[in-house]
Ligand binder design. Structure first.
Ligand SMILES: [Zn+2]
Length: 458
């Protein structure tokens, strides 16, 4: 009887989201077209904020030092249950909607290569649907929708936590578009992003090179040291970089050079150990070339603390809603993309992974920081073909295609029903909080960033 009642209640958020499907697809498409990168998401944030105000949410626009962050709140009292929305795009990943070979809308333009248009829209739709259910059934508690900008540079949520945005939050639900359907039990990686700069002495490259000390030489020695180091790191680690500045013209000895190095591993202590080794490589390169090295931390996020109570609650709803139902044209599109990328033409994922046996992700996210401030669980729903990865034009293509829309619909249903479950089940909320307290040994959240840090694009 109770089970039947709960299912009937859950189904009401499903029905609302099914009815509003076209509306949410338009919202998602609009954000896809805005395609604004981290800290520039002015139109995307305002669009979602206006929508939420019309839906009866009280919206705080601009949180802490972030003009494009928001907190939308409805209801009152406990429990305070939340969902995370993201809406930032990535540079240079624009792609024509639904095109299965690389075709940017404009050369060099940003695009939703991580599907955050789907992410943000499903989160907002879920919050709206859950709030309607809360009002209809006169449920106690508060629903929060966090508008979290600049995920791709891993700083938005950290600055929001530092501004106290999560201090009253009891439970947080999150999702990400992926190539499969699972609850991630906290398998993402920890990451620290750094700038490594070298300072030398300029001179005329032909007339008096002996007077110069090249910062580019230092950069090359450093690069070689890091390349050798890659053989001696754990298989779980990742080191990647781009050269931001290697001098300007060949006939002037460069006095300044800069790389951006991102280091990841399964946990933060492994990352910190690698950074210690990287600092030695930078100092060694400076010593060898008579230059000076400087290493600065740009952003740092821990690997998420898994929360089994929240994870199992969402798993139940994911199994009830089921994986997206793909039709022939979705599968044909998926296979065309897989063919183009030289991958197995395996189509779209139609299964739900059993709890704790999903594949997780080697990508990092600032949800890791939220997971240390409040209990958090992350859902993944297929919104791109099996085997494909985000941060690619193929994800941009899917994010404005029915494959993305179907994934988004499933995500919004699972999140909405899970939010309603939590409002009705204060014992689970308490258990989730107890689980986090045990994992952190009761230590309060400590930010990896300095107290006077400023959000900057890097
Ligand atoms: Zn992402």
């Amino acid at each position: 009887m109770i089970v039947a009642l709960l299912l009937a209640q859950a189904a009401s958020t499903d029905a609302y989201l099914d009815q509003g499907r076209q509306r949410w697809e338009q919202v998602s498409r609009q954000i896809w077209e805005f395609a604004e990168t981290g800290l520039q998401e002015k139109r995307s944030a305002a669009y979602l904020e206006d929508l939420l105000e019309k839906e009866g949410f009280k919206v705080q626009r601009g949180v802490g030092q972030l003009p494009t962050a928001f907190v939308a709140t409805a209801g009152s009292g406990s429990p305070v249950v939340a969902v995370l929305a993201e809406y930032d795009a990535l540079p240079e990943l624009s792609q024509k909607a639904g095109e299965s070979s690389k075709a940017p809308t404009a050369a060099g333009a940003p695009g939703h290569g991580c599907g955050h248009n789907l992410l943000g829209t499903a989160a907002v739709a879920a919050g709206v649907a859950a709030n309607r259910a809360r009002i209809e059934r006169k449920l106690p508690g508060t629903i929060q929708i966090f508008g979290t900008p600049a995920e791709e540079i891993l700083i938005g949520k950290t600055f929001m936590i530092m501004a106290g945005a999560f201090k009253d939050t009891d439970a947080v639900l999150s999702w990400h578009p992926d190539d499969n359907n699972e609850i991630d039990p906290g398998k993402r990686t920890a990451l620290t992003a750094t700038d490594v700069e070298f300072f030398g002495k300029t001179s005329h490259a032909a007339a008096s090179p002996w007077l110069g000390r090249s910062a580019l030489d230092a950069l090359e020695v450093f690069e070689h040291s890091m390349a050798l180091m890659r053989e001696h790191i754990l298989p779980t680690a990742r080191i990647h970089r781009v050269i931001k500045n290697g001098g300007v013209v060949a006939n002037v000895i460069p006095e300044y050079a800069k790389l951006q190095m991102w280091l990841r591993d399964a946990n933060m202590s492994n990352v910190e150990e690698m950074i210690g080794r990287m600092r030695k490589a930078a100092d060694g390169a400076a010593l060898a070339t008579e230059t000076r090295a400087k290493v600065s931390v740009l952003a740092s996020v821990r690997n998420p603390i898994g929360n089994e109570v929240l994870g199992r609650l969402m798993q139940k709803e994911l199994e009830r809603v089921g994986a997206p139902r793909w039709d022939e044209s979705d599968v044909a599109f998926a296979k065309a993309l897989q063919k183009e990328l030289g991958m197995e033409q395996a189509g779209m994922d139609s299964a739900v992974a059993p709890f704790g046996r999903g594949k997780g992700s080697t990508a990092s996210s600032d949800i890791g920081e939220v997971s240390a401030a409040a209990p958090l669980a992350e859902l993944r729903v297929a919104a791109r073909p099996i085997g494909t990865a985000a941060h690619h034009w193929a994800q941009t293509a899917c994010a404005a295609h029915p494959t993305g829309g179907k994934g988004m619909l499933v995500a919004s249903k699972v999140l909405a029903a899970s939010l309603v479950d939590l409002l009705q089940d204060p014992a689970s909320v308490q258990a989730a909080k107890a689980e986090l307290a045990k994992a952190t040994k009761g230590k309060p959240y400590a930010s990896p960033l300095a107290a006077d840090a400023k959000p900057t694009v890097f």
